[in-house]
Design a protein. Sequence first.
Length: 187
Amino acid sequence: MLLASPLSEAQRTPKVRTRPADETDAQIIHSLYRATPGYFEIISIPIPTLEEVRTDLATTAADPRRQVELVLTAEGPSSAPPEGPAAALEDPVTGLQVAGYLDYKLDYPEQGDATVNLLLIVPWLQSQGIGAACERDLEQRLNGRTRRLLASIYGSNPRARRFWERLGYSFAIDAKPILDWYAKLLK
């Protein structure tokens, strides 16, 4: 009888990379937003329009501290993505699957901090380790440049709170009723 050996951490962790997003990616980001209506329900705002996404990306380009990135993976979903506007997206630059969106700001709220404003993974790829792999990648990229990484959790979102806590973050700042911030000191 052959026994399967347990998977190593590297084998269980999906391969994730990011690439900077800009105004040319507005349609992709808008499609990601449309695929994740539950997030916008939690924060009690309508899904941004394509024009609002374009405006936000233009504003981002003017702020050297703010970074926005597409989260990409070569991994296929464990469940089929929906059809229509929420269907699986392919990044035209890399040919990889667009799994989500990362928005963070350097030196905010204080010098030496970085704050993740949004880490959004499409529903059919959630709970597969993509968000955690993205966070670990960001942590490695910021290590030595940032002393503390914060995550802002908007609205009442216990799932997001558990996600960040599993990654070693702890409650840091109460800004209720709108958000809570969780933080992790970097080495």
